[in-house]
Design a protein around this ligand. Sequence first.
Ligand code: ZN
Length: 371
Amino acid sequence: MDSYFPSSYEDSRVRFLSSLNLIRQKWKSTQLQTHPLKSFPDLSIDWLWAHAPKKETLVIISTAEHGIEGYVGYALMKVFIEEFAPHLDSENTGLLLIHGLNPWGMKHHRKVNENSVDLNRNFVFDGHFDPAINPEFHRVKDLINPQTRIQSFRIENIKFWSRVVKAIFTPGIATVTKAALLGQHHTPNGFYYGGTTYQEGTVVALELYHRALQEYQSVIQIDMHTGYGPRDQMSIIMSPLDSMTSEEASRRFNYPLVLKINAEEFYDISGDMAAYYYELRNKQFPDKQLFACGFEFGTFGSSLLARIRSLRAMVFENQLHWHGAKSESIAHQVCREFEELYFPAEKKWQEKALADGRQAFDGLLRAYQLI
Ligand SMILES: [Zn+2]
């Protein structure tokens, strides 16, 4: 398993860069490009352009939009490069492989970037980072955004659960979920902060996506994520802007679990990457084909209890970042739980993640007649 799952950002990057030779065997003119972060030049977003002479279809694989999720993301990138790319037709199918959209978050095992921005809330199409999009946030901020130092895991846990029980009655689970996950543009130390300007990773991604639609007839994008959904089955997450229903996509891709990003099937998101990509296509490239999705590898599970545990892991990690903990060992406990939420250590989980990824790649590429 260790050959798939990297141990650090640097390890992952070295492995990714070394795949250049393998890709070049088929796509001779493959180019490696690098964008070092302005404030952290030893961290970079790296990508490979493997262009096809006939620009019919481009497959984009991207990782670490949510930094810490890039470890599992890289493992799936490796599966794609070694097991699927060799079967594609390099005459008419190109590749754009993006490693580490949020390298700072990946390096520091955080979901957000160096400015505490969740990149998947930062793809705001009209560029108006509206502070009014999530009015319910203020109703739940005591639950999700405590402003105190963590004194002990046990005591913090009791306090958390008492806030959860209160919130179940008012304002209710549905409101808590929506307010916590939608995104917001007014509280930088709060949950799912979407920023007030486009982030570096967002700008890099948008330039690449723009070029992809400009040059290719059809673009398929798969963005790697972890943390949401059932533990034993990866979910393919689709944008509500795609015209296919999730049932149609499930049949077409011969894959059992496909969900749309909406309150009924998943949860609402404002400023997510796939939605931006569809808007861009619709406005500027209406004659081009686009399918943009996420592979979302569930970790804690999808029961109410598991979802509350996920919420706790995120609340404590954010609290630790901003307010600290009484001791190193408490900090370690908080980080370990957060790590389990986005990069589970269990070998069985890792094997199943690879197996689900293989099945989904296979189904998707077959549906588009690429393999
Ligand atoms: Zn994610």
